[in-house]
Design a binder for this molecule. Structure first.
Ligand code: SF4
Length: 206
């Protein structure tokens, strides 16, 4: 692989990924040094235990190029598995929340990332004010991002405890817009100026 220098493991499961290779690549320039991954990953006790250890940033400089290689060349594989079937499969889904400005080792952001993997660009977030609104709305940047189709979650923040009403408003507005689109499409069924091609495209042609 030109531009990359790393080891991978052969995929044995899920079946749809047999023949592929697996690697978890740390982005060293974004690592905050919390050590959570080292604490949590058990490694293989039969092969010496811990899989990870913290090392100085300088000693890991080649990993920056490996990260760039993976970010540029490795495409999402989420279409190969049912990402909602189990925890393992969910981690093949592309996260649409990444590189937040939360404190190092924040225990909340992995859950926010997981929700973005489960619901992707269908997610609408009515964010109460607090840590989540600060690290999610640090203008001009946001950790919410887009998938390969350029689509991502919709996010907005409302003041403190008002997020329930705020979220209800988003839901009602969404329903109203769907109803309006549906009504316009049904009206188009009897329209004499819409072409058959357009009616077919909108599922309106009988
Ligand atoms: S869990 Fe912490 S130490 Fe591990 S890569 Fe992420 S920020 Fe770095």
């Amino acid at each position: 692989m030109k531009g990359a220098s790393f080891n991978t493991l052969e995929m044995k499961a899920p079946a749809a990924m047999k023949g592929m290779n697996f690697r978890i690549q740390v982005g060293i320039m974004d690592c905050l040094g919390c050590g959570n991954c080292v604490d949590v990953c058990p490694g293989n006790p039969k092969a010496g235990g811990k899989a990870l250890e913290m090392k100085s940033l300088e000693s890991q400089s080649k990993e920056a190029g490996n990260w760039d290689y993976c970010a540029k060349n490795v495409k999402s594989k989420q279409s190969l598995v049912d990402i909602q079937a189990n925890v393992k499969n969910s981690q093949f889904a592309t996260p649409l929340f990444e590189f937040s400005g939360a404190c190092s080792g924040c225990g909340e952001t992995p859950y926010v990332k997981l929700v973005s993997q489960l619901f992707g660009d269908r997610q609408m977030i009515a964010n109460a004010t607090g840590c989540t609104s600060i690290y999610s709305g640090s203008v001009p940047s946001t950790p919410y991002t887009k998938n390969e189709n350029g689509e991502g979650p919709a996010w907005a923040n409302s003041l403190f405890e008002d997020f329930c009403e705020f979220g209800l408003g988003m839901e009602l507005a969404n329903k109203k817009m769907v109803e309006r689109i549906k009504a316009a499409m049904l009206k188009g069924q009897s329209c004499t100026c819409c072409s058959d091609e357009l009616k077919g495209f909108c599922g309106m042609k009988s």
